[in-house]
Design a protein around this ligand. Structure first.
Ligand SMILES: Cc1ncc(COP(=O)(O)O)c(C=O)c1O
Length: 400
């Protein structure tokens, strides 16, 4: 029986770090001038260093991280933002929160991430940005997307909630756009239960991001001076203390996930009817928040998706639910969103939400199985069991 590796992984050092915060009585981070708690400020530097970027602003979660970036880039009422149709709702709900309209873009058949060329066809005079979601840590074709953004004078944002440590053409994810956003929610590859961060290289943008996430304050100014709209999206000292410890173990876990994924891919791709998510050309390291593949039902006796998962679960192999395509979500289909905002320009809602308008995501979603990231921390012999179960399922069916 397959043994799922524990997640999260913690030890006495994690406990000691949190206990130290409790004992210090400094439970809050404070402002830049009076850094009350030391962990948040240290974590921002350490995460920036790891992601090879100039600035990191820690925030409460990965959803508000996107919202803060949109606000800092001046995106709001009357604007459109292109997002992939295949992502967690937060990539689009943050756009709704900013009073803008998300436009859903179909994905690439092989990499499962936003199709840059399709995104270009969705650009209108109202388009202000594209959010590139590196699903499963697989980088969107940022080189192509960069050319498109430059040509049309629009901003790029990277949603890196799945892409801690991903590297593409020599640069870490989050370095290919105005700003990259991260989540440290419980299932993520770097976690403190909740938490988020924004990274960027531009000094002025970093100041704006900080200000919006801390009540409109400015670094170096009086604590009760508020210079622009901003709110409290700060991260706590407890989260930061835990994240600092977790970050120390991250590089080794990340390397192991990449090694194991390579092994699993070699074996799974050799099974007729299985197609593993293909790393985008130029990818050197992958965050692997999830490990997705699609199967051809014709090679598996027309087995349903639920039954495929069921067979894996019977062998003790965990799967992670795939995100239902955004266009199918009730909130978008019925346009149950923000009061007073005109969503009529959206390419979703009512009959526009029919699957035929999003063919690739519909096909991929219907045939997808994905493993959670911690499966990739298993011993290689355990992964052989995963391959054996899928091979057995295949061997029962012939003739595809
Ligand atoms: C792609 C993506 N973006 C954003 C988020 C939001 O992160 P959080 O849950 O920390 O708000 C998630 C969370 O799962 C995600 O998967």
């Amino acid at each position: 029986m397959f043994q799922t590796p524990q997640w999260p992984i913690w030890d006495q050092d994690d406990l000691a770090a949190v206990t130290e915060v409790v004992q210090s009585g400094k439970w809050w981070c404070g402002a830049p001038l009076n850094q009350v708690g030391k962990n948040l400020w240290a974590f921002q530097e350490e995460f920036a260093q790891f992601q090879e970027v100039k600035h990191c602003i820690a925030v409460a979660n990965g959803t508000v991280a996107i919202e803060v970036v949109l606000l800092a880039l001046g995106i709001g009422l009357g604007d459109e933002v292109i997002v992939p149709d295949y992502t967690f709702v937060a990539s689009a709900s943050a756009v709704i929160a900013a009073n803008a309209v998300p436009i859903f873009c179909d994905i690439d058949r092989d990499t499962f991430v936003l199709d840059a060329n399709k995104a270009e066809t969705l650009i209108t005079p109202r388009t202000k940005a594209i959010i590139a979601v590196h699903l499963g840590g697989n980088p969107v074709d940022m080189k192509r997307l960069g050319e498109i953004a430059e040509k049309h004078h629009i901003s790029l944002i990277e949603d890196c909630a799945h892409a801690h440590g991903s590297r593409y053409h020599g640069k870490r994810a989050g370095n290919w756009s105005a700003a990259g956003t991260f989540s440290f929610q419980a299932s993520k590859t770097l976690t403190a239960g909740e938490g988020g961060a924004i990274i960027c290289n531009d000094d002025a943008l970093a100041d704006a991001l900080y200000s919006i996430s801390d009540c409109g304050r400015k670094k170096g100014e009086y604590f009760y001076a508020h210079f622009q709209y901003g709110t409290n999206y700060r991260l706590s000292e407890f989260h930061a203390a835990l994240l600092r410890k977790q970050l120390q173990h991250f590089p080794q876990q990340h390397a192991l996930r990449n090694t194991r994924a390579k092994y699993l891919t070699e074996h799974l791709n050799a099974i007729e009817g299985i197609r593993v998510m293909q790393p985008t050309p130029g990818t050197e390291e992958l965050g692997y928040y999830i490990y997705p593949f699609v199967y051809d039902p014709a090679c598996f006796g027309q087995i349903s998706n639920a039954e495929f998962k069921n067979r894996l679960h019977q062998a003790g192999i965990p799967t992670a639910d795939c995100y239902p395509p955004l266009h199918t979500l009730v909130c978008f289909k019925n346009r149950q969103l923000r009061k007073g905002i005109d969503y009529s320009s959206a390419n979703w809602g009512g009959t526009k939400s029919e699957d035929q308008y999003f063919p690739v995501v519909t096909e991929v979603y219907g045939r997808s199985i994905q493993f959670p990231q911690n499966l990739l921390l298993a011993e290689q012999s355990q992964l052989d069991q995963v391959v054996d179960v899928i091979q057995y399922l295949r061997s029962k069916e012939r003739g595809c």
